[in-house]
Design a protein around this ligand. Structure first.
Ligand code: ZN
Length: 384
């Protein structure tokens, strides 16, 4: 189940949102901020994304992490005149390796920085999958009339070879949900973290194996479908938050971000590379939707995010998010893109309300969530 990252992320967001009352602006100044801490003052440097009325700031640091700084802890702020010089991917990678347990190495691809303690061939296979997804994601939205932007920095993915080492690190982010979460995108540090679900890498540790050979072995594994879906799902979230589709910590309705991720996640194991298509019917999500659909189901996910956060309702909510997104992309693509563009304008820590969500939905699609249930059900019933 690859989606609990959102639960984590929005729990964190809720904590952050409670701390800053009003987000004033999205600034772009690079600053050095001296911050009071228990063990002495520290200086942090980054771009101030949001400045609250009470003086608190949301800072995006060079390692892509977001840091909320309370007004009471700010000792001084200095705007830096020189333009920020970004680290090279390898410099950034070496810094991240310093935070990870021993044994990790780097693969750098065109858009990704992959930190791995699997075999290099396995990490390269994952990198090739991510790059295919990256190109397909950009092409899909460009053709739909929503050209995306290039990410400002490499997209960081951390892949563990075994579950225990992954769990030791993930527990810090996921807490008690760690057992159920096999990969996640963390909005705060902007990273995807996962492990080799198939265990096939134990075979691939032999250095003579090529990425292509490794790929074949991976896809023969019974867990291959879950592996590909998890990698693609979480990488889709990461792209959406780094290519102009959503802002991190903005009030992006979960049905939209999960709808987009589930729209793309469907593996295609008939392709030797494991994933090639967009818009393949997601059979498990469709079956779950048909079994659990009921009146009022769309209102509950469009107006609020709670169904995604409740363990008992989450599977239903994800199935509905996929179904609604699939239906809208297939039958009202122009309106869906217009809706995504409305969501893309939402800034970090902006206010949100059920009324506003309903109105934005009606403005884009011309009907309320309840009115769309009938056409959606008919469409899903006919879908093979
Ligand atoms: Zn998700």
């Amino acid at each position: 189940m690859p989606c609990f990252n959102r639960k984590l992320s929005w729990v964190l967001l809720a904590m952050v949102a409670l701390t800053i009352d009003v987000a004033q602006s999205l600034a772009t100044n690079t600053e050095q901020i001296e911050v009071q801490a228990e063990d002495g003052n520290q200086t942090v440097e980054g771009v101030v994304l949001v400045e609250a009325i009470d003086g608190g700031v949301l800072l995006e640091m060079a390692d892509e992490g977001l840091k909320l700084i309370q007004p009471a802890s700010i000792v001084s702020r200095t705007t830096i005149d020189r333009p920020a010089v970004p680290e090279s991917p390898r410099e950034l990678g070496r810094r991240i390796l310093g935070e990870l347990p021993p044994g990790f190495d780097l693969v750098v691809t065109k858009h990704y920085l992959i930190c791995f303690d699997t075999s290099r061939a396995y990490a390269q296979w994952c990198g090739a999958l991510f790059e295919r997804l990256y190109d397909a994601f950009g092409n899909f939205w460009r053709q739909a009339g929503f050209p995306l932007t290039e990410p400002r920095r490499p997209l960081i993915v951390v892949i563990f070879s075994d579950r225990q080492r992954y769990a030791a690190l993930a527990a810090h982010d996921l807490g008690s949900a760690t057992d159920r979460v096999v990969g996640y995108y963390n909005l705060l540090n902007n990273r995807v973290t996962t492990f080799d679900l198939t265990g096939s890498d134990m075979l691939a540790k032999k250095p003579s194996l090529s990425p292509g050979r490794t790929g074949l072995e991976i896809l023969m594994n019974p867990e291959a479908s879950g592996l590909v879906a998890t990698l693609v799902h979480e990488a889709t979230h990461q792209m959406a938050f780094n290519c102009g589709m959503h802002h991190r910590l903005a009030p992006v309705p979960l049905w939209v971000s999960e709808g987009v991720a589930t729209y793309f996640e469907t593996p295609d194991l008939s392709s030797e590379r494991g994933w090639r298509g967009i818009g393949i019917v997601n059979k498990p999500r469709r079956e779950h939707f048909m079994k659990t659909c009921r009146p009022g189901m769309l209102e509950s996910i469009v107006l609020g995010d709670e169904p995604f956060r409740r363990a008992d309702d989450a599977m239903d909510a994800y199935a509905r998010a996929w179904s609604l997104t699939y239906f809208l992309v297939q039958t009202r693509k122009h309106a869906f893109v217009s809706y995504l563009q409305t969501i893309a304008k939402k800034l970090p820590l902006e206010d949100d309300s059920p009324q506003q969500r309903r109105q934005e939905f009606i403005t884009a699609f011309g009907e309320s969530p309840t009115e769309i249930e009938g056409p959606l059900l008919k469409f899903m019933a006919r879908l093979k």
